[in-house]
Design a binder for this molecule. Structure first.
Ligand code: PXP
Length: 240
């Protein structure tokens, strides 16, 4: 089955709106876990706008499923990852003024740096994923870096006008095929919802999706447990 990583950053966004304790991030993670999520994803941003250092330390203690730590490849955050030892780090670009991760990592222009960070993570027993746009040169550079996974950015697909959707799906499918041919495991994420997930989940070889905003948004109306199960239902239909 295609696995589901639930990104719970926006539970922390709500908490940080009042800088208090509610909603409780650990409780949210456990609800996702019990609902059947295979992984909890969090992004420790340099500006600490949602996830805090203490969240990373607490979650690694209590999670029974994998932790996927999204982060910029900067020394301060790499040091936290090496100490925490999540199952996976997903290296993402970070721009302090962006609302969310806007584009994929430019792997082509920083192969050496990313190879070094990847090696440090591997030496600590951590798997590495690179969050990239669905472009062949970025996929090939990811293989050069020696990452384990690539996560293909599905934001352009999610935002595409109707007439562009098929083209975007083809771009993702071609990048995915290239990744698999290069020995990389193919994940996907960004902007995925219960309504637009099926075409992406139908791409051959997809291993995992990471979904945040739409699950937390649905949870406001139907609860977090139901919102996670709704996505799992789409993934189950797909792999049968
Ligand atoms: N994958 C990565 C690498 C991301 O940066 C994000 C956004 O934090 C997601 C997946 C989830 O995106 P969304 O919140 O739009 O589902």
């Amino acid at each position: 089955m295609i696995e589901l990583g639930v990104n719970i950053d926006h539970v922390a966004t709500l908490r940080e709106a009042r800088k208090g304790r509610e909603p409780d991030l650990v409780a949210a993670a456990k609800i996702c876990e019990i609902a059947g999520a295979h992984q909890i994803t969090i992004h420790l941003r340099q500006d600490r706008r949602h996830i805090q250092d203490r969240d990373v330390a607490q979650l690694i203690q209590v999670l029974q499923v994998r932790m996927n730590l999204e982060m910029a490849a900067v020394d301060e955050i790499v040091a936290i990852a090496l100490k925490t030892k999540p199952h996976t780090v997903c290296l993402v670009p970070e721009n302090r003024r962006e609302v969310t991760t806007e584009g994929g990592l430019d792997v082509v222009s920083q192969v050496e740096r990313l190879r070094d960070v990847t090696k440090q993570c591997h030496d600590a027993g951590i798997k590495v994923s690179l969050f990239i746009d669905p472009e062949i040169d970025q996929v090939d550079a990811s293989a050069e870096v020696g990452s384990d996974y690539i996560e293909l950015h599905t934001g352009a697909y999610a935002n595409a006008a109707d007439r562009e959707i098929v083209e975007e799906i083809n771009r993702i499918a071609q990048a995915a095929a290239r990744a698999i041919a290069n020995g990389l495991i193919f994940n996907a994420g960004h902007g995925l919802t219960v309504r637009n997930l099926l075409p992406i989940a139908s791409i051959p070889g997809l291993n995992e999706v990471n979904i945040g905003h739409s699950i937390i948004s649905r949870a406001v109306f139907i609860g977090l447990d139901a919102a996670v199960k709704e996505i799992l239902g789409v993934l189950k239909d797909c792999s049968s």
